[in-house]
Design a protein around this ligand. Structure first.
Ligand code: DGL
Length: 262
């Protein structure tokens, strides 16, 4: 099985992209809905949760782990890799960074994400190593996650908040924008509209799914261990009546959620 985890249900945007590319393998998803949001927590706490989430997926038979959460990908990957030696990990930061690097023409890249992702400084480090001429402008966009979870996808308030978050980045003259949070692909249309035609968007869910598909296609051993298909199995650490409709919004199909008994 392909194990995928996130702080909550937003990581289903990654599952949706995986289903478009590797639907011959079963996906096991864990959303830590009891402890979400991660984007306002310290790197230390996020790392501890990430270890527990990975353990849950491995115990249920996952053979590769996809970290759908941008906050975890920005803060916990070195610890996860040394804690779970030999487990193939995929995260959303590296493929998004690579895509932005290949897209930018004027070397001005923008990023919106949670506060923890932005303050991790991981993208600054990656761009500085790859090309010191690239300037990265970031803006935390913490209001977008609750707006999306409330289903306010087309409300004027959402549009004006998106616009506000993008203004400082547009003023820097960016030509590429990284949507560094699981939830933002849901608002891609509005973000693209407010960003304007000249700014290209990087959608991490597409980039990581592409990377996972490429890895599996070139790794016969992994292909043998991944169970064949079936509906994605979705686990959550807390279940409330509206979670299934939120999950459906992300996955764009009907979903059944299973609650973990710790
Ligand atoms: N999954 C988180 C991320 O991608 C967003 C929600 C949260 O703050 O937990 O950063």
């Amino acid at each position: 099985m392909i194990g995928v985890f996130d702080s909550g249900l937003g990581g289903l945007t990654v599952v949706k992209e995986l289903l478009e590319r590797v639907n011959q393998y079963k996906i096991l998803y864990f959303g830590d809905t009891a402890r979400t949001p991660y984007g306002t927590k310290s790197a230390e706490t996020v790392t501890r949760y990430a270890i527990e989430n990975t353990n849950f997926l491995l115990e249920r038979g996952a053979k590769i782990i996809v970290v759908a959460c941008h906050t975890v990908s920005s803060t916990a990957i070195p610890v996860l890799k040394s804690h779970f030696k030999g487990v193939p990990f995929f995260e959303v930061v590296t493929p998004s960074f690579r895509k932005a690097l290949s897209l930018t023409k004027n070397k001005k890249v923008g990023l919106i994400g949670t506060r923890t992702t932005v303050s991790s400084g991981i993208y600054q480090r990656l761009f500085a190593e790859a090309d010191p001429e690239i300037s990265l402008s970031t803006n935390p966009a913490p209001l977008l996650v609750p707006l999306i979870e409330e289903g306010w996808l087309r409300k004027p308030e959402t549009r004006s908040i998106v616009k506000k978050y993008l203004i400082p980045l547009k003023m820097k003259g960016i030509d590429t924008l990284i949507l560094a949070c699981t939830h933002y692909p849901i608002l891609k249309k509005i973000i693209s509209e407010k960003a304007g035609k000249r700014i290209k968007l990087v959608d991490p869910s597409e980039e990581v799914a592409h990377e996972v598909a490429h890895f599996i296609a070139n790794n016969v051993e992994i292909q043998k261990c991944l169970e064949s298909n079936g509906e994605p199995e979705i686990w959550v650490s807390d279940l409330t009546p509206n979670f299934e409709s939120i999950a459906q919004m992300f996955l764009k199909r009907k979903v059944k959620l299973n609650k973990v008994i710790w």
